[in-house]
Design a protein around this ligand. Structure first.
Ligand SMILES: Cc1cc2nc3c(=O)[nH]c(=O)nc-3n(C[C@H](O)[C@H](O)[C@H](O)COP(=O)(O)OP(=O)(O)OC[C@H]3O[C@@H](n4cnc5c(N)ncnc54)[C@H](O)[C@@H]3O)c2cc1C
Length: 325
């Protein structure tokens, strides 16, 4: 790990002034809980000359209004998992938060940091490797060890997106509030993540000189139920091998509205209109859940070692939908 300077600005405005105009290997970066950025630096993916402390400047408040929820980007993942209003009204988000890592990481990691964490692909995280995402000209996961890689939306790089919160927030129709030198802008989380076909040096539309300050989540429609179902390899703590965040409204036994986002299977949280189309207008029964699973993976392109994810997605959707029933 390279030496770096830790800057502790007195205001968010001062923090933004410390951030660079463009990304680069040595460009300054924000640090909140430090659970990812320090690992990124230890793995020599990036070596920022300075880290700009923002954790103490961000709101950690979680507030409920009739129209929805506002979460400060400084809220810890544990705060979100424990919040009564989130658990009752935005269940998918609370379940996603509770599924993240270990209690220590959930208590230190922030919402803003979780949404902006970098991919976990073992090649990307290996200091001796030069892959597409580290300025090289190959994705070693495509033909190498690809057990954890993407089956949907992959190419030219095949990493899978790591954030459980992002997947749940996308199913809930959340928006990301961003502050930069020019002021504030709001981006629907559905447009926040960019895939490797669009950019290889980043995973979001966030500019190097911007920070996420809060997330807003509209209240699910009356009668809607939401859930997050995650499958992980190690039961104690782990990233998703596959996950599904679902928001569903059923009227008189028929599915009236559905929003489905898959996690752990694509380079970004994977919104699946095909799965939604297989659900809406159908009865809430096992046959429908089976068709939904098949629709979800119809376009999947598994690599040598991750064909199991095709079956996993079907199973996850079945269980998630069954639990909502
Ligand atoms: C062993 C382990 C297991 C894990 N398991 C899971 C898991 O199962 N599911 C899961 O979702 N995550 C998992 N994680 C990831 C973990 O949740 C994140 O590392 C953590 O949430 C990052 O939050 P932080 O506040 O510590 O971020 P930091 O490390 O401080 O920052 C992470 C990145 O986000 C940027 N950043 C931070 N805050 C902001 C902001 N407000 N605006 C803009 N950019 C910002 C930083 O510049 C940096 O690039 C795991 C991590 C570990 C180490």
């Amino acid at each position: 790990m390279q030496p770096f300077e830790l800057k502790t600005p007195a205001s968010l405005e001062d923090a933004i002034k410390e951030l660079p105009s463009e990304r680069s290997y040595t460009a300054p970066q924000p640090i909140a809980g430090g659970q990812d950025i320090l690992t990124v630096m230890k793995d020599d993916i990036e070596a920022p000359a300075s880290l700009v402390e923002i954790g103490h400047l961000l709101s950690s408040e979680i507030s409920e209004e009739p129209g929805g929820l506002t979460l400060g980007a400084g809220a810890t993942i544990q705060d979100i998992a424990d919040h009564e209003g989130v658990r009752s009204g935005f269940t998918a988000l609370a379940e996603a938060a509770a599924s993240v890592a270990s209690p220590q990481i959930r208590s230190q990691g922030t919402l803003g940091g979780n949404l902006n964490q970098r991919p976990r692909c073992p090649y990307y995280r290996h200091s001796a490797v030069s892959c597409f995402k580290r300025g090289g000209n190959v994705c070693l996961a495509e033909f190498g060890f690809n057990k954890y890689a993407a089956i949907l939306g992959g190419g030219p790089s095949y990493f899978s997106h790591p954030s459980d919160l992002a997947t749940a927030l996308m199913a809930l129709g959340a928006s990301v509030v961003i502050v930069g030198p020019e002021g504030e802008r709001t981006v629907p989380i559905a447009d926040y993540y960019v895939g490797p076909e669009e950019a290889l040096d980043r995973e979001t539309v966030l500019e190097a000189y911007e920070v996420v300050t809060k997330i807003t989540v509209p209240r699910p429609a009356s009668g809607a139920r939401t859930t997050y179902y995650k499958f992980k390899e190690r039961d104690s703590y782990d990233f998703a091998l596959g996950a599904a965040a679902i928001s569903l409204r059923v009227e008189a036994g028929t599915i009236a509205e559905a929003r489905v986002v898959l996690g752990g299977v694509a380079p970004r949280p994977w919104h699946s209109p095909e799965t939604e189309a297989a659900l809406v207008g159908k009865p809430m029964n096992a046959e429908t859940w089976k068709s939904a699973g098949e629709a979800a993976v119809a376009d999947a392109v598994p690599l040598d070692m991750n064909g199991y994810k095709v079956h996993l997605v079907k199973g996850i959707l079945h269980r998630a939908l069954e639990s909502l029933a």
